[in-house]
Write a protein that binds this ligand. Sequence first.
Ligand code: ATP
Ligand code: MG
Length: 353
Amino acid sequence: MSRIFVLGAGQLGAMLHYSGLPLNLQVVPVDFDAEPIADLADSDLVTAEIERWPDTPVTRQLAAHPNFINAKVFGLMADRLSQKATLDELQIATSPWQSLERDTDVASLLEQLGSPCLLKRRTGGYDGRGQLWLDSPDTDLSDWQGAAIAEQKIPFDEEVSIIGVRNASGEMHFYPLALNLHLNGILRASLVGLERLQALQAEAEAMLGRLMKHLDYCGVMAMELFRVGDKLLVNEVAPRVHNSGHWSLSGSSVSQFEWHLRATAGLPLAPAQVKGACLMINLIGSERNEAWLSVPAVELWWYGKSVRPGRKLGHLNTCAAVPADLSTQVQALRPLLEEDYQSVLDWVEKRIS
Ligand code: ATP
Ligand code: MG
C-alpha cells in the first residue's frame, strides 16, 4: 500500500491518520517546518488538511509531488476572490461581493453592497479572524485595500453545511445537511438529522456537486451555506475535511476522514449509512474534563493542544435514533460544561424539541 502524506499536522491531519488505520493506510501528517521526506517515492500520495501553507522545504517538496491530489484546486479555493469568482462562473448562488482594490471608492462600495458590509481578507482567515464590519466611508482601509473582498450582509435564518465526496471517476456521495451554530465567527455546534432540512438537501447537493465536478475534484469537500427562507446561498467552500463534519466520526458508517482517504487512495467510496440524529459540540478554550466520558453515548475527541482562550481543543460527539432523544445527553452534559456553553445547549434543545 502506498503512503499518504498530509500537508499539515493539526487535528484534521491527526484524525485522517486515525481513520487510515483500519484501512491499513499509512497516513503521515507533515508539519510545515519538518525536514523534507528523505524516502518520498513517486508511488506515494499527497493530500492536505488545509488550503494554504507557508513555503518551506517540505511543503515545496510535497506540493511538487506528481501525486499531489487536487494540486490546482487549493490556490483557487484558498483565495476568497477566485473562490467567489468560480461560484459566480458556475452560477452557484453566493452572497453578493466585490473585490476591494487599491482604488475602490469606499462610499460607492457601501452604496452598492449596503451598510454595513463585511470585509474578509482574501487569504488566511479562519474562525472569523481577518474580517471587519464596515459601516463608514471614513474608515481607514489602507491595510485591507488590494487584500480583501467585501460581502453584502446576509440576513440569514440559519447556517448549514453540506459535505460531499467525489472520486477520480466522478462518483459522488453526500452527508445530510448539518445545521451549524457559529458565535463570533467560531463554529460551536453541528446538528444532523433534522427532518425539516431534507427539503433543502437536493439543492445543496446540486450546488456542491456542480463545483466538485467543475474542479474535477477528488476527495471530501465542504460547503458552508446560509439559509434565507427556502433559498440557499454559499458562504464559503473548503477543499478538505471540515469541522462541521466531525459528527461523522461517531454517526456514520464512513466518516468524512475515511471518505477522503478512500477517494485519495482509489478505494471504493460507498454511500454513508447515517444514524438518525448526531450532535457535535466544539470544545473551545476549556480544560479537559474526564467527567464528559461518564455520560452514556458521549464520545470525546481531544486534540492534545495546549489550552488557550478561543482555541479549538477537541469536540464531543453524541448520536441518537431521533433528534428529540439527544436531550438526555444534552441535559447530562449541562453541569459538566462551563457557563459559555449553556447558550449552545439551549440552541440545541430548542431545535430538537
Ligand atoms: P471558518 O472558520 O469557517 O473558516 P471564516 O473565518 O473563514 O470561518 P466565514 O465562514 O466567511 O469565515 O465567516 C464566519 C461567520 O461570519 C459565518 O459563519 C457567519 O456567521 C458570519 N458571516 C460571514 N459572512 C457573512 C455575511 N456575508 N453576512 C452575514 N454574516 C456573515
Ligand atoms: Mg466559515
